[in-house]
Design a protein around this ligand. Structure first.
Ligand code: SAH
Ligand code: SF4
Ligand code: F3S
Length: 476
């Protein structure tokens, strides 16, 4: 997963987007997204549904007829941020009593009608599987009713809808390949907010990627909570009950990767998130086989202690994870690796924490997203285990792993010195319009003088300098 665009609530949040409407009514939508890439991809579906109804978007909520927040519930902080943001809209609502405020996404799904009771300001509550119902729900709210649809679906994949690319640089795009999650990690709210896992028709995925390529995009990221578990069986058949024959005709994640890679060698393919318990060698071999499938894997470990992993219900041990890492290094030498780590999970001892530290030291991740455990209502952990690591201990342990990761990132980035990297240009560098920025396949940011190159070009860059996270060089 792409280190700057994997949008967990602590990173980027609250990004409003603007696009012009296809057919004009003068209704304006202000749409702000929180949470992970999947939520951002969902906002592109929401925009598509509403623009079909004549809405255009605005980046000033004061000008909007409808405000939607697409929310995240992964940690308590994520929810607090949304509640604070709702306060900002109070004055706008006073000035314009017709203004509608809606909450979409995971927090809407988690709180359901409670939201309407707790937050008087909110008129509309819509869960992740009910976006097709948005136009009708807006009409209901316009008639003065509180409108809600939080029904989760076993089939909905929005496969037939063409997302409206919001805030896009015209080079990278997300494609949602599956929805929901069946894993039930004990700390995680996602199975409750996104429902059962289902895979999207591969034909529609390939068609979407082709269309993007034809429009000039050069990189797609295939999204799912656990992409290794992707399996398209056609008639909505359950994975567990497939006959051998049905299994043979189903499309696996490795096969899907190949189909997307074959669209064009100039289309880079990324994917996220991989799950250590399901990541098989056939996926790794497919990555190795095609130059345009990036040598980069986001493989969340969560903890280095097998005892904690067991309590987390992750389905693997420390040894299993290390074996998967060895397989990556064997099949895709030089592969970029990032991870997610939760610190201070229920009953985590100093020794468990040291096991996470030692795992980080031995693997040396290129990048890591690190979080303090946040207890979530209804999860297995909330029901079964006391949240007994104190806030002080959580933050001290978090600081230790963040510090170690900073050192590791620096070491890993410096390994790129003196080498030529294939960079896909995404735009100007943050610091200067004389410099371009892009990424190498391992997902490290590379900056170089622009010369005659432009967005969407592939450029070979000889790296001569670096910071802890950025490579700097010149085109060769
Ligand atoms: N499907 C992905 C993760 C999605 S959530 C996977 O299985 O890896 C992204 C990350 O948020 C998780 O990997 C985890 O590290 C973190 N996370 C999830 N629930 C959390 C909680 N209750 N407290 C703290 N971090 C959490
Ligand atoms: Fe949550 Fe686990 Fe599913 Fe990831 S795999 S979304 S952590 S339940
Ligand atoms: Fe958050 Fe929902 Fe994504 S809880 S991390 S927006 S799946």
């Amino acid at each position: 997963m792409n280190s700057e665009t994997k949008i967990i609530d602590e990173k980027l949040q609250g990004t409003p987007f603007m696009v012009d409407s296809k057919n004009s009514t003068n209704k304006k939508l202000f749409l702000e997204s929180y949470g992970c890439q999947m939520n951002f991809a969902d906002s592109e579906i929401v925009a598509s549904i509403l623009m079909d109804k004549g809405y255009s978007t605005t980046d000033k909520f004061e000008d909007a007829d409808v405000i939607f927040l697409n929310t995240c519930a992964i940690r308590e902080n994520a929810e607090l941020r949304v509640r604070n943001r709702l306060n900002d809209f109070k004055k706008a609502k006073k000035n314009n009593p017709k203004l509608l405020v809606g909450v979409l996404g995971c927090m809407a799904e988690r709180l359901k009608s409670q939201f309407l009771e707790q937050e008087k300001l909110v008129d509309i509550v819509v869960g992740p599987d009910a976006y097709r119902d948005l136009p009708g729900l807006i009409e209901e709210a316009e008639d003065g009713h509180k409108a809600i649809n939080v029904i989760l679906s076993k089939e909905e994949t929005y496969a037939d809808l063409t997302p409206v690319r919001l805030g896009s640089n015209g080079v990278n795009a997300y494609i949602s390949i599956m929805r929901g999650c069946d894993n039930m990690c004990s700390f995680c709210v996602v199975p409750f907010t996104r429902g059962r896992e289902r895979s999207r028709d591969p034909e529609s995925i390939v068609a979407e990627a082709k269309d993007l390529f034809e429009k000039g995009y050069r990189e797609v990221t295939l999204l799912g909570q656990n992409v290794d578990s992707y399996l398209y069986t056609g008639g909505g058949l359950k994975k567990e009950t497939l006959t051998e024959e049905q299994k043979a005709s189903a499309v696996s994640f490795a096969q899907l990767l190949e189909r997307v890679a074959l669209i064009d060698p100039l289309l880079r393919v990324r994917y996220s998130t991989s799950h250590p318990k399901d990541m098989t060698d056939d996926v790794l071999e497919m990555v190795a086989k095609y130059h345009n499938i990036c040598n980069y894997i986001h493989l969340p470990v969560q903890s280095g202690s097998s005892r904690i992993l067991e309590m987390m219900n992750r389905g693997y041990t420390r040894e299993w994870y290390l074996e998967r890492m060895a397989a990556i290094n064997r099949i895709i030498p030089g592969c970029g690796i990032s991870t997610d780590i939760i610190t201070g999970f229920c009953s985590e001892t100093e020794e468990d924490h040291q096991q996470t530290i030692s795992l980080m030291k031995s693997i040396q991740f290129d990048y890591a997203y690190m979080f303090s455990y946040s207890e979530r209502p209804k999860t297995l952990a909330e029901r079964k285990y006391p949240d007994d690591v104190t806030a002080e201990v959580k933050s001290r342990r978090l600081a230790e792993i963040v510090e170690l990761q900073r050192t590791n990132s620096g070491i890993k980035t410096a390994l790129g010195l003196g080498k030529v990297h294939e960079v896909l240009v995404e735009g100007f560098s943050k610091k200067s319009d004389d410099m371009l920025m892009g990424r190498n396949p391992q997902n490290t940011v590379v900056v170089f003088p622009k010369g005659n190159y432009k967005k969407g070009d592939y450029v070979n860059v000889m790296v001569t300098k670096c910071t802890t996270s950025t490579l700097i060089g010149e085109a060769v």
